[in-house]
Write a protein that binds this ligand. Structure first.
Ligand SMILES: Cc1cc2nc3c(=O)[nH]c(=O)nc-3n(C[C@H](O)[C@H](O)[C@H](O)COP(=O)(O)OP(=O)(O)OC[C@H]3O[C@@H](n4cnc5c(N)ncnc54)[C@H](O)[C@@H]3O)c2cc1C
Length: 444
């Protein structure tokens, strides 16, 4: 049995995985490049929030902190679309009561580190940047805050060091498949501030979207009454980050495109020019295991954020690996091999789903045809809950493999096309007609 496991990266994946491994009795050493975020230096205090859904909640539940986290999260029951004139259209995400949760990434990471701290067999080292990993020996090397070199040797090394993983770099020798695809879009975080009494100035329990075809903005609520907005826009060309180079051009653009927000974003200009513009990329690689080293979370599969599943997928990785270690009685080579084989197709599926959803959120959600399609889909989920589940529901509110959600989405599309093209909407409630049709089209 491996005694010592080193995790490179103490972010969301590293935090949760350390707890699972400590519970199984391993000595867990976590090396994190950044300072300890519990000291209040998390990304200079910027608030980034993430949509947490069923898969992620299950991971937190297994770690025993789901209730803590849900207490500081805000349920979002649907999408609220804003058109240029400020008209609103609401689409529920699922059935009544189903919600995804807006949670501060910093608060979640801090809570995971606090939980990890309670285990005597978890040892955390902050300000330690990994510079070297040897998968054959389990040796990793770091530079600490004072520039000193630190060496560690473990039975197993897991790279939980995110999209630009140093552990993954050590896999880049022969027979390692790797690809990275950057989107033509980048993203920037902005803020809608609370009202005078700390109230929410737009509907609290929705994920707000301003879809504008080649670009879009979204906003997620925070407990303080503010919303973290993310503007997704091309790097170059018309209506791009490059084209918005002066305060005047930003104001003119926002007045035209997001006019209903302008009075609620007093820090717009400062945020726009002060906050960094981030890249969006899909990174795929395989194998995820080499000798004594493995990749988990974004280091194995960084995806674009349009299904809100990156972290949820990482937490599911942790659950799967934990269960496999138990099933194989701590036989790491076997557990890791099963882990990579079972997770890789699902990681590819959610990467593809996220790309599909980018098009949906950016180009389609604002159109009448799309809204009609969503109504039909919603009616089917309400009328035939045992027979029909939307792709969004399977991905977000279930723990069925992502691969299955992707496959079912294609079948659902065929059914929806058949109903809409054949103008069969008035037959939706006719069970004797619909049940055999759904069964036939979804099982073929
Ligand atoms: C704009 C945006 C919005 C998103 N929205 C959502 C959402 O709504 N829902 C969702 O589920 N997911 C979302 N995600 C994805 C989510 O943020 C990631 O999937 C998740 O953070 C990955 O966790 P991780 O721990 O694997 O990697 P990371 O969060 O990147 O953590 C990696 C850790 O490793 C450390 N590290 C890196 N290199 C080294 C090194 N050399 N040595 C030591 N330490 C190192 C880093 O400092 C960091 O702490 C979003 C992502 C983006 C960019």
């Amino acid at each position: 049995m491996a005694e010592k496991v080193t995790l490179v990266g103490g972010g969301l994946s590293g935090g949760l995985l350390s707890v699972f491994l400590a519970r199984r009795g391993y000595e867990v050493h976590v090396f994190e490049r950044r300072p300890d975020m519990r000291q209040g230096n998390y990304l200079g205090g910027r608030s980034i929030n993430l949509a947490l859904s069923t898969r992620g909640i299950r991971g937190l539940e297994k770690a025993g902190i789901d209730k803590d986290i849900l207490d500081i999260a805000i349920p979002m029951t649907g999408r609220m679309m804003h058109d240029r004139e400020g008209n609103l259209a609401y689409q529920p995400y699922g059935k009544d009561g189903q919600a995804i949760y807006s949670i501060s990434r910093g608060a979640l990471n801090i809570r995971l580190l606090q939980l990890a701290d309670a285990f005597p067999n978890i040892h955390m080292y902050f300000d330690h940047k990994c510079t070297f990993c040897d998968p054959e020996t389990g040796i990793t090397r770091y530079t600490d805050a004072n520039g000193n070199a630190v060496e560690d040797k473990a039975d197993i090394v897991i790279g939980t060091d995110g999209a630009f993983s140093a552990v993954r770099d050590s896999f880049m020798t022969s027979r390692f498949n790797y690809s990275q695809t950057y989107e033509a879009h980048g993203y920037k975080e902005l803020e809608i501030t609370p009202g005078a009494n700390g109230d929410f100035r737009i509907q609290k329990n929705s994920l707000h979207i301003w879809p504008r075809s080649s670009f879009m903005m979204i906003a997620l609520p925070n407990p303080g009454g503010n919303f973290t907005c993310t503007l997704f826009m091309p790097w170059e060309g018309e209506n791009s980050f490059a084209s918005l180079s002066t305060p005047e051009s930003v104001l003119t653009f926002f007045k035209k495109e997001f006019g209903d927000t302008i009075d609620m974003m007093p820090g717009l200009i400062d945020d726009f020019f002060g906050n960094p513009t981030g890249n969006l990329a899909t990174m795929r690689c395989y194998p995820w295991v080499k000798h004594k080293a493995a990749l988990l979370g974004d280091s194995a599969h960084a995806i674009i954020p349009f299904y809100g599943q990156g972290m949820n997928c990482c937490f599911e990785d942790c659950i799967v690996l934990d269960e496999l270690i138990a099933e194989h009685n701590g036989n790491w080579p076997t557990a890791l091999d099963h882990y990579q084989k079972s997770r890789k197709p699902n990681a590819d599926a959610i990467a593809n789903l996220a790309i599909q959803n980018f098009v949906e959120m950016r180009d389609l959600v604002g159109t009448a045809a799309f809204r009609h399609r969503k109504h039909v889909e919603h009616d089917l989920t309400e009328l035939y809950p045992d027979l029909f589940k939307s792709q969004y529901e399977l991905t977000t509110f279930h723990t069925t493999p992502y691969r299955y959600a992707l496959e079912m989405g294609a079948k659902n599309d065929r059914l929806l096309n058949y109903i809409i093209d054949g103008k069969l909407e008035e037959k939706l409630a006719d069970r004797s007609f619909m049940e055999p049709l759904i069964q036939q089209m979804l099982t073929d």
